[in-house]
Design a binder for this molecule. Structure first.
Ligand SMILES: [Zn+2]
Length: 537
């Protein structure tokens, strides 16, 4: 090998090459910039020599070390605080122990494959670097990264560090389809601070948690907020599921008419009866030798719950136990008797209650009485009323088991043309068994097509109908939609959605798992942010 054929970049003059300790040692002299980094003045006065060892690209699968003899020069500018400096090279950053082309490769590998895998691959490619060094370099690069391209349309979504415990935030540039940032927490303040740095943001697609909505309002009031269509449909499905769960809890018993005026007490009463009925059924099934799993499938609850009920007994009157003489409900029997007799003056009832040992306040009693009084008023507002449907549990014709609320909810949402024959059979059974399912399915189908269409004005009619559907969970869903109506309308007008963010979250989860316990926010962020692929040579 002749030294003239070897090119190590500008400013490097090769003097010789020797094979030593299983690697090529290339000795060279520097001929780099000799101007002072402080004042910029050129110098020709050498102070001493300085040797720098740099890892470089391999030659024929053999590692290469560049041993560079660089001059240390005097700064002759008397006004300059710096006395000497080492000449600088285009091939490597100051203080780096690798040439820039090796650094770039290390960064590429680290970004794509993480620390340990890259360590193995790079060793095989004759560029041995420890995994710690790989991760350090990746993190440093991500923290120094300055993205200059303006952000116009973004999606904000959350992801979980540990499911149900703590959450982080991901921000995606929807136009360029890249991750804009990864934040450690999920909070309105952090979101506000982040978007404040990007006054160019015009559109923000987000889920319906009020947190991001609030953060964006604070930090980027100029931006149009778009409720994400996927999350809207998910919320709708969840509220249908809640309703179907309620139906299966009541397990086909006709719901009891409200007893006294208090709708809360009435609801509690219903629940108590329904629980008793459910418990009777569970005991009966158990006595007939059914397994927990069979029982669970028949009544539509989790098999662990069934096991708990049978082991520890049934939580019949959970709330009754907590009542104390300081609560007017403790004296409910007495109160409702007096109420029924027409004795409705709060002061007088309070006086009599005190004699019976009531230790609570007058206003506390008044609160209860006012709901009883409102019970009469409520019946005059038909749109507020919850219709009483006669529902019987729907049984899957294929298995003979009750159709679970989860399955019922997803079938409720599915358009008819996409139902398989088996699913269609279940839908028919559900419709026959439950009048509220028919209403929910019509509403869900309409909502879907409104979201897919381009006329946000159709929303008003839909909300009107949903609020009068007589199904409580659907009314709740409609009310929360109304509160966020601007963003929901934008979801119909704008074509942007957070779909990409979901994809990026999946990537993040995969990375997090592959990194085991080492996935700190810095490293996750470094691997989620796009890599600038511009390589220097
Ligand atoms: Zn100087």
């Amino acid at each position: 090998m002749t030294k003239t054929n070897l090119a190590f970049g500008p400013g490097v003059v090769v003097r010789g090459v020797v094979f030593r300790e299983n690697r090529w040692s290339v000795s060279a002299d520097g001929a780099g910039a000799r101007s002072c980094p402080e004042c910029g003045e050129a110098s020709a006065s050498r102070h001493s020599w300085h040797v720098r060892r740099l890892q470089d690209l391999p030659i024929h699968g053999v590692p290469v070390v560049l041993e560079l003899r660089l001059g240390r020069w005097r700064c002759l500018n008397e006004g300059c605080p710096r006395k000497t400096f080492v000449e600088r090279l285009a091939t490597a950053f100051p203080f780096a122990r690798k040439t820039r082309r090796v650094s770039d490769l290390v960064r590429l590998f680290g970004h794509a494959a993480g620390g340990r895998t890259s360590e193995k691959l790079l060793a095989r490619l004759a560029m041995p670097v420890s995994d710690n060094a790989i991760l350090r370099q990746l993190k440093r690069h991500a923290s120094e990264r300055r993205d200059s391209a303006p952000l116009r349309v973004i999606a904000i979504d959350d992801w979980s560090w540990r499911k149900g415990f703590n959450y982080g935030t991901i921000i995606v540039d929807l136009e360029r389809r890249i991750v804009a940032d990864v934040l450690e927490t999920r909070s309105a303040k952090e979101t506000a601070d982040w978007v404040k740095q990007h006054p160019e943001i015009e559109i923000v697609s987000r889920d319906r948690s009020g947190l991001y909505a609030q953060g964006v309002r604070q930090g980027a009031p100029q931006a149009r907020q778009v409720a994400d269509r996927f999350h809207l449909l998910q919320n709708l499905r969840e509220s249908i599921e809640r309703h179907m769960t309620r139906i299966s809890r009541f397990a086909g018993r006709p719901q009891l008419p409200p007893t006294a005026g208090d709708r809360h007490a009435a609801r509690r009463g219903e629940r108590g009866h329904a629980r008793q009925a459910l418990f009777d059924r569970v005991s009966l099934l158990r006595a007939s030798g059914k397994t927990f799993v069979d029982i669970a499938a028949q009544i539509g609850v989790d098999h662990r719950t069934v096991a708990k009920w049978i082991k520890t007994g049934f939580p019949l009157h959970r709330r009754r136990l907590a009542l104390k003489p300081s609560s007017p409900l403790y004296f409910q029997e007495f109160l409702s008797r007096r109420w029924a007799e027409g004795d409705r003056v709060g002061r007088r009832l309070f006086h009599d209650l005190r004699h019976r040992g009531y230790t609570g306040s007058f206003s506390n009693l008044e609160r209860l009485l006012s709901t009883w009084r409102a019970g009469g008023v409520e019946r005059k507002r038909p749109e507020q009323q919850i219709r009483k449907f006669i529902e019987i549990p729907a049984v899957d014709p294929a298995t003979g088991w009750q159709i679970s609320p989860v399955v019922a909810a997803s079938l409720c949402m599915k358009p008819t043309r996409r139902l398989s024959p088996a699913e269609n059979a279940k839908v028919i059974v559900l419709k026959r068994a439950s009048p509220s399912f028919v209403i929910l399915r019509q509403l869900a189908t309409r909502f879907r097509s409104i979201l897919r269409g381009d006329d946000p004005d159709k929303l008003n009619n839909w909300l009107h109908d949903a609020k009068r559907s007589g199904v409580r969970s659907m009314q709740q869903f409609a009310r929360t939609l109304s509160r966020d109506i601007e963003a929901v309308r934008n979801a119909i007008v704008e074509h942007w959605s957070s779909g990409q963010a979901e994809g990026q979250i999946n990537r993040l989860k995969t990375l997090k798992r592959a990194m085991y316990g080492r996935a700190g926010i810095e490293l996750l962020r470094a691997r989620m942010l796009p890599l600038e692929t511009a390589m220097c040579t």
